[in-house]
Design a protein around this ligand. Structure first.
Ligand code: DGT
Ligand code: CA
Ligand code: CA
Ligand code: ZN
Length: 572
C-alpha cells in the first residue's frame, strides 16, 4: 500500500469521526494523514525495517495508529475503518469535497434523505429537497449545486504536487532499465502547470519493445489503452493517464520540444519556422528534406533565432517575442530561496513542533523560517490569542539561543475579521518579526466589501504579508470574489508583500496575478504553508508557480539574506 493510499484512509476515518462528533480524535487522524502523505520513504519500508516501533517515529503516530498501519500493511485492510463504513455507508470523501458540505451535513443528509453519494445529492438538490431540511435552506441548495458543478469541471485533472512524486518514481524506474539511455517527462508536467491532464514521458532506447513491456506491466497500471512499438498509453490506479514514447536520439530535442508544448507555443514556433522557409515537427527542424536541428532543444531555438525558453514560460503569453529580442526574464531558480515565511506547528493545527520544523528547514538549506501559527479567530485550530503568542515568542527566543545556521522568526497568520480589522492587538503585532494576514472566514462577501475588507487589513502598519491572497483551493474552492488589480495597487502603495503560497492545492497567487504584481513593482514571497515537516519541500512548487509568473530572483524577497529580507518588510 502506498503512503498516499494509507493517508486517504486515515483522512476518511477523520471524517467519519467528525460525523460522529468525537472530540480530538479527528484532528489526530488528520495530522497522521498529513504526515504520511508527504513522507519520502514508503511506510511499508519503514515497517519492514523496524516494525511498529519504527512506525511510531512518524510524527503524530502513537501506538494505536501504528498498529492500524501495521494491519493495513500486513492484510491490506483495516477492520476499524470497515466498521465505520458499515455504520454510515456513504462516500464521505466525495461528498465533503463539495464546498460547504462538511461531515455533519453528510450525516444529516444520509439520515434524512438517504443520500450516499454525490449523484444522490445532486438529484435531491435539483428536486428542491435540500431547501426543506432544517439548517439548509434554498441558498445552501444553490451553493451545493454550484459546488458540484465546480468539481465536475476540475475532474480528470490532477494537482501537480499530488502526482509528481509518482511520476518521478516512474521516471526513475525507466531510467534504471539497461535498455534506456535517457528519460524526460514532458507535457504540462515539465511546464509545471498547477494541474495536469496526463503525464507525457519520452525515452531514448534502441530496444523500445523491452521498454514498453516494462511500462505496461508496472504495478500501478490498471488498464492498457494502447500499446505500440514506440508508443503506449496506460491508466494508473489513481485514474491518471501516462503516455510513453520512445524516440530516436537524433531527434530527441525536437520530440521534447513538441511534447512539452504547450500546443499554442508549438503553433507559434512552427509559424516562425515557416517564415524562415523551414519546417518544424517532432522529428526536427528541416530545410527541405535536410534536418538542420533536432538533437537538443537549444539548437532548435537557436536555429529559429530565439533564446532558449524555459518550459514554465511556454504558454504563448509573450515569451516568443521576448526570446526574439533577448528580453526573457532571468527566472528565480529552484535553489534560490533562503527562508520560509509561513509554517504552522503543534501550537495550532500543525503536526510538528517548532524544533522539528526548524530542523527540516535547515536540512533543506534554509537560513530562516517564520513560525506563523493561526490566531484566535480560527478557533477550530486552537488559534493563539495575545497571551499565547507572547508565550510562543519566549519559546522562540529560547530555541534561537541554541541554534546555529538558521534563525527562527516570530510570526503569526493573523485573521482578517469581517470588517477588515485584525484579531490580534497592534501592541502584540508590533513585537512580531513577520505578520502574515489572511482571510479564513466570510468567504462569500460581495466583491466590493471583500476588496475593502482586505485593503483595510493591508493598511495596518504591522501587516507585512498578505497570505494566500485569493483563498482558492484547487478543485475545491473558488477564489473569493476580490478585485486583484486593487489589491495589487494597494500592495504597492502600502508596501505589503504578496505571498505565493506553495501548498500544492493552493498555489495562490496564480501565475497571471504574479505577473501583474511584478509589473506593478510589488514584492513577493514564496512560502510552503507547511503543516508538517513533510510540507516544507513544497516550496519547489511555489518556485515553479513564480517562474510561470515570470518572476525574477529580485522580485522574491525571501531569496535575500535575513537582514535584507527584514528590511523589505514594513518598518513599524
Ligand atoms: P495536459 O495533459 O492537459 O495537462 O496538457 P499537455 O500540455 O501535457 O497536453 P497533452 O498531453 O495533450 O499533449 C502533450 C503535448 O503534445 C502538448 O503540450 C503539445 C503537444 N501536442 C499535443 N497535441 C498537439 C497538437 O494537436 N498540435 C500541436 N502543435 N501540439 C500538440
Ligand atoms: Ca499531458
Ligand atoms: Ca498526453
Ligand atoms: Zn491560512
Amino acid at each position: 500500500m502506498r503512503n498516499a493510499e494509507l493517508a486517504q484512509i486515515f483522512r476518511e476515518i477523520a471524517l467519519y469521526l467528525e460525523m460522529k462528533e468525537e472530540p480530538f480524535k479527528p484532528r489526530a487522524y488528520d495530522k497522521v494523514a498529513y504526515a504520511l502523505e508527504a513522507l519520502e520513504e514508503p511506510v511499508a519500508e519503514i515497517y519492514q525495517r523496524g516494525g511498529v516501533k519504527a512506525l511510531r517515529t512518524i510524527p503524530g503516530v502513537g501506538q494505536a495508529i501504528a498498529e492500524k498501519i501495521e494491519e493495513m500493511i500486513r492484510t491490506g485492510r483495516l477492520r476499524y475503518y470497515e466498521e465505520l463504513r458499515k455504520e454510515i455507508p456513504v462516500d464521505v470523501r466525495g461528498l465533503t469535497a463539495i464546498e460547504g458540505v462538511g461531515p455533519k451535513s453528510v450525516k444529516l443528509l444520509y439520515e434524512k434523505l438517504g443520500i450516499k453519494k454525490v449523484a444522490d445529492l445532486e438529484q435531491a438538490a435539483r428536486a428542491g429537497k435540500i431547501r426543506k431540511l432544517a439548517h439548509f435552506g434554498e441558498k445552501m441548495e444553490q451553493k451545493i449545486l454550484k459546488g458540484i458543478g465546480f468539481l465536475k469541471q476540475g475532474s480528470g485533472r490532477f494537482p501537480l504536487g499530488a502526482v509528481l512524486p509518482l511520476i518521478g518514481e516512474i521516471e526513475q524506474r525507466l531510467r534504471g532499465l539497461p535498455e534506456v539511455e535517457e528519460v524526460v517527462v514532458a507535457g504540462s508536467t515539465r511546464r509545471r502547470r498547477e494541474t495536469i491532464g496526463d503525464a507525457d514521458v519520452l525515452a531514448i532506447s534502441r530496444r523500445p519493445e523491452k521498454v514498453m513491456d516494462f511500462f505496461v506491466s508496472m504495478a500501478e497500471v490498471t488498464h492498457v489503452q494502447g500499446r505500440g512499438k514506440t508508443k503506449s498509453t496506460v491508466k494508473l490506479k489513481n485514474g491518471m493517464g501516462v503516455d510513453l514514447r520512445v524516440v530516436p536520439k537524433e531527434s530527441f530535442g525536437a520530440a521534447l520540444n513538441y511534447f512539452t508544448g504547450s500546443k499554442d507555443h508549438n503553433v507559434a514556433l512552427r509559424r516562425i519556422a515557416q517564415e524562415k522557409g523551414l519546417k518544424l515537427n517532432e522529428y526536427g527542424l528541416f530545410r527541405g528534406s535536410k534536418r538542420i536541428a533536432g538533437k537538443s532543444e537549444e539548437e532548435i531555438y537557436k536555429a529559429l533565432g530565439l533564446c532558449f525558453i524555459p518550459p514554465e514560460l511556454r504558454e504563448n503569453q509573450g515569451e516568443i517575442e521576448a526570446a526574439k529580442k533577448g528580453e526573457l526574464p532571468d527566472l528565480v531558480g529552484y535553489q534560490d530561496l533562503r527562508g520560509d515565511l509561513q509554517t504552522q506547528t503543534t501550537w495550532t493545527d500543525g503536526a510538528n513542533s517548532i524544533e522539528e520544523m526548524v530542523e527540516e528547514a535547515k536540512r533543506l538549506g534554509l537560513e530562516y523560517i517564520a513560525i506563523t501559527d493561526h490566531t484566535k479567530g480560527l478557533a477550530m485550530t486552537g488559534g493563539s490569542d495575545e497571551k499565547k503568542l507572547l508565550k510562543q515568542m519566549g519559546e522562540i527566543d529560547r530555541i534561537n539561543r541554541s541554534l546555529k545556521g538558521i534563525t527562527v522568526l516570530k510570526g503569526a497568520e493573523v485573521n482578517i475579521n469581517k470588517d477588515g480589522s485584525l484579531d490580534i492587538q497592534d501592541e502584540v503585532l508590533a513585537r512580531l518579526d513577520v505578520v502574515g494576514i489572511a482571510v479564513h472566514s466570510h468567504f462569500n462577501l460581495p466583491r466590493r466589501e471583500m476588496t475593502e475588507r482586505i485593503i483595510k487589513a493591508m493598511r495596518n502598519p504591522h501587516a507585512d504579508i498578505l497570505f494566500h491572497p485569493t483563498g482558492r483551493v484547487i478543485q475545491r474552492r473558488e477564489p473569493y470574489d476580490v478585485d486583484m488589480d486593487t489589491i495589487i495597487r494597494t500592495a504597492k502603495e502600502t508596501g505589503t508583500v504578496l505571498e505565493i503560497d506553495a501548498y500544492p492545492d493552493r498555489l495562490d497567487l496564480k501565475d497571471e496575478h504574479i505577473r501583474k504584481a511584478i509589473e506593478a513593482g510589488v514584492k513577493l514571497v514564496i512560502d510552503s504553508d507547511a503543516h508538517s515537516v513533510n510540507h516544507v519541500r513544497f516550496l519547489e512548487f511555489g518556485v515553479a508557480q513564480a517562474r510561470r509568473g515570470w518572476a525574477e530572483k529580485k522580485d522574491v524577497i525571501n531569496t535575500r539574506p535575513l537582514k535584507e529580507f527584514l528590511k523589505c518588510l514594513k518598518q513599524a
